[in-house]
Design a protein around this ligand. Structure first.
Ligand SMILES: Nc1ncnc2c1ncn2[C@@H]1O[C@H](COP(=O)(O)OP(=O)(O)O)[C@@H](O)[C@H]1O
Ligand SMILES: [Mg+2]
Length: 325
């Protein structure tokens, strides 16, 4: 990245003596994805998600290490590979702004040399799955964000790629459109046995579509495994809800664990995972408890905490670790 001093003088100096800063966007990232798998890629802004997808699509060249997609090195950009993959970025348009999506589809049909019959059938499928009937012939600039995103997906899929990289495909969409895109991705994967990497800020997307997630932060993979394990890995606590027969004192509760919510007659505590049963027993004997529940924290909460506190399980447990009575 070029470093420039502020102002006009800075710009002039920059013309003569360029100074470069090195940004390490991804570092030692390593994973394998099986054919037909759909993997969620989670991480805060600037974690390295887009960079990874660009490396896998052949848009960036890794300074070290190796990438392989369908057995090919993406950077070589061999047609046989490019015809089988697609990168869709929620923040970038592929469609031509002033013409209807159908015309861009035709252009892509020629670029990818899709045979007529296959084109017609795929287009019919996509129109059906995405409910595009009424929007195909309207200039793209007049479409809503959700309609445009659906057309973006359709144009990226006309050549029926076997590998699909979806970079925040639901960003900025309303709940209904988000859901439509999610259902479509799922249907496409099942129909064509496609392999998909999906990045999203919305846990709903990942929760609904992916069994496996890769969590990346500061260019490093900090978790790779089943989505359900994210909670156990990053949340050192479980959530204990209590309702009391009569009002209790918050200060007394705090002696037993971190009080996440309290309204006099009910409370939510976070208790260390490995001490939940003994501490819950102590709470039952010390307070007039009418009702007690023990639950896992929601994945949404856990991920938000991982990203808010920086990195790794230790900091999360530390931030929320209850004081010992
Ligand atoms: N072309 C670039 N020039 C300079 N820095 C970049 C460039 N692309 C990405 N970065 C930096 O690399 C890091 C990772 O970026 P990115 O992969 O876009 O993250 P994400 O998609 O997870 O938000 C960020 O710190 C970003 O600022
Ligand atoms: Mg990104």
């Amino acid at each position: 990245m070029h470093r420039k001093a502020p102002g006009l003088l800075g710009s002039l100096k920059g013309l003569i003596a360029r100074r470069n800063d090195v940004v390490r966007a991804v570092d030692g990232v390593s994973f394998e994805i099986a054919e037909g798998e759909i993997v969620g890629f989670l991480g805060p802004n600037g974690a390295g998600k887009t960079t990874t997808l660009k490396l896998l699509s052949g848009l960036l060249y890794p300074t070290s290490g190796e990438t392989r997609v369908l057995g090919h090195d993406p950077w070589r950009r061999e047609h046989v590979l490019l015809r089988q993959l697609s990168l869709v970025m929620g923040q970038k348009n592929q469609l031509w702004w002033d013409i209807p999506a159908r015309e861009t589809f035709l252009l892509n049909k020629e670029i990818y040399e899709v045979p007529d019959a296959q084109y017609r059938q795929t287009l019919d499928d996509l129109v059906d799955l995405l409910d595009l009937g009424r929007v195909l012939d309207v200039p793209v600039r007049r479409l809503s964000l959700g309609e445009r995103m659906k057309c973006e997906l359709a144009t990226a899929l006309l050549h029926r790629p076997r590998v699909l990289f979806l970079d925040e495909p639901t960003i900025g969409l309303d709940i209904v459109a988000q859901k439509a895109v999610r259902q479509f991705v799922d249907a496409y994967r099942r129909r064509h046995h496609a392999t998909i990497i999906l990045t999203s800020h919305y846990m709903d997307d990942v929760q609904e579509l992916c069994e496996r997630v890769i969590v990346i932060d500061h260019g490093h993979v900090i978790h790779d495994g089943p989505l359900v394990e994210v909670v156990a890995t990053f949340a050192g606590y479980r959530v204990v809800g209590m309702r009391f027969d009569r009002a209790v004192d918050q200060a007394d509760l705090q002696l037993h664990g971190h009080v996440a919510a309290f309204d006099g007659i009910s409370a939510t505590l976070h208790l260390p995972r490995d001490e939940v049963s003994s501490r819950a027993a102590r709470l039952l004997s010390s307070f007039p408890v009418a009702d007690l529940t023990i639950e896992e924290p929601s994945i949404d909460d856990v991920i938000r905490q991982v990203f808010a506190t920086g990195r790794g399980a230790a900091s999360v447990a530390g931030a929320d670790g209850p004081s010992t009575p």
